[in-house]
Design a protein around this ligand. Structure first.
Ligand SMILES: Cc1ncc(COP(=O)(O)O)c(C=O)c1O
Length: 392
């Protein structure tokens, strides 16, 4: 009889913090059973992909753009990404510095696969995006986290972060604007970190998928902020900015020597992304001013609405996100942990939020509320949250 054996990576992946999505999954089950549940636990934009992008993809499908494509991506899309970066940076960027991947998740996995060996140390500030841990575990990395400044809207403290880096650190991984925090790391801090990492022979990798949704302050990419680019890698994509999460387009901007290695990696694992999707993505980047602006304005208004309503709810205290699609809400004065709050809010009022502990220990008194719902849904959610808090 055949006894199946599996690679250790499958054990590491299944060991991954199983209850991260527990509340969200319970909410989905309740919804399937017909309960009236409001999901504030999702990070998938509720907007439709703008119609001109869809039309562009369809027209490319019709003319036969349905074949294999280069491992590093179609040159037109690589150039569009390079142009975008050049416009917002003192350093000109060329297509040689760009690699296309099916989404930022895949780009992060590829970058870390090309930079790190199993057991290598990676330092990440927390709370951090829940999608990172499975990647770190899969690659068997030695993760060290360092808390963001919870008291000051999750600001990053450069000195604390520097003191966390050790002789063994190979990568410092940061995320700006942050999920779940909505904090923007100032360009001067990124510049200082990049220079410090360069001196210590550490790569600085920066995930910037919320770059186009800044409400106050300005996002400066890691590449635009750093003086020397030798150790700087940035990752971005279209999932959030263009409501294209299902199209799976992300990219890496990095020194050409890393891009070459990423090409070999992508050749072995992906063998190119669909042509018509890359065509429509290049079109999206070149013609996006109006609809990105409209979506950004709508998220900003939702944020302001939620902050206003929740500021009047007893015992809640929300941090003010400067960017992104989420609000972090401190629930400690209710006497509940973030997890208890999320569990009971779902049970009693049918509103699903993510417990802060899913993002790291420093956020365990928080819950994360998503803004990917229209304002009438958010209005109902705020009413229910208010009732719940009043009942405690
Ligand atoms: C910080 C962050 N990085 C990466 C991703 C994943 O992006 P993609 O859809 O491009 O894989 C997300 C999705 O929520 C995210 O919040």
């Amino acid at each position: 009889m055949f006894t199946p054996t599996y690679a250790r990576i499958t054990e590491r992946l299944s060991a991954e913090g199983s209850d991260v999505w527990a509340v969200h999954e319970r909410a989905l089950k309740m919804q399937r059973n017909g309960d009236d549940v409001i999901l504030l636990s999702v990070g998938d934009p509720d907007f439709r992909t703008p119609e001109p992008i869809i039309d562009n993809a369809v027209s490319h499908l019709r003319v036969g753009r349905t074949h294999y494509s280069p491992s590093l991506g179609e040159i037109k899309l690589r150039r569009a990404v390079a142009d975008l970066e050049t416009q917002s940076s003192p350093h000109p960027c060329t297509a040689d510095e760009v690699a296309i991947f099916p989404g930022a998740t895949s780009a992060i996995h590829a970058v870390l696969s090309c930079l790190l060996n199993p057991g290598d140390e990676i330092v990440v500030p927390e709370p951090m995006y829940v999608g990172y841990n499975p990647i770190f575990r899969g690659l068997d990395l030695n993760l060290r986290t360092t808390p963001l400044d919870v008291e000051h809207d999750f600001a990053l403290n450069v000195e604390t972060l520097k003191s966390t880096l050790s002789d063994k650190t190979r990568v410092l991984f940061i995320n700006t604007p942050g999920n779940p925090t909505g904090a923007i790391i100032p360009a001067s801090d990124i510049r200082e970190l990049a220079a410090y990492c360069l001196e210590k022979n550490i790569w600085l990798v920066c995930d910037e998928v919320y770059s186009m949704f800044c409400y106050e302050g300005k996002h400066m990419s890691a590449r635009a902020s750093a003086e020397c680019l030798d150790n700087v890698v940035m990752i971005d994509g279209l999932s959030k900015s263009h409501a294209m999460s299902g199209w799976r387009i992300g990219w890496v901007v990095a020194p050409p020597t890393l891009i070459e290695r990423l090409g070999e990696y992508a050749g072995a694992t992906l063998f190119g992304s669909p042509q018509f999707i890359q065509d429509a993505s290049a079109f999206a980047l070149e013609n996006d001013q109006q609809y990105v602006k409209e979506m950004r304005n709508e998220y900003r208004e939702r944020r302001d609405y939620m902050l206003d309503k929740l500021s009047k709810v007893k015992n809640l205290h929300c941090s003010r996100p400067h960017a992104g699609m989420f609000i972090m809400c401190d629930v400690s004065r209710t006497g509940l942990s973030g997890r208890q709050f999320a569990d009971q809010l779902l049970e009693q009022q049918g509103v699903s939020v993510i417990p802060g502990a899913a993002f790291g220990p420093s956020a365990e008194n928080f819950v994360r509320l998503g803004l990917a719902q229209n304002r009438s849904v958010l209005k109902r959610a705020c009413k229910r949250i208010k009732h719940f808090c009043a009942s405690l």
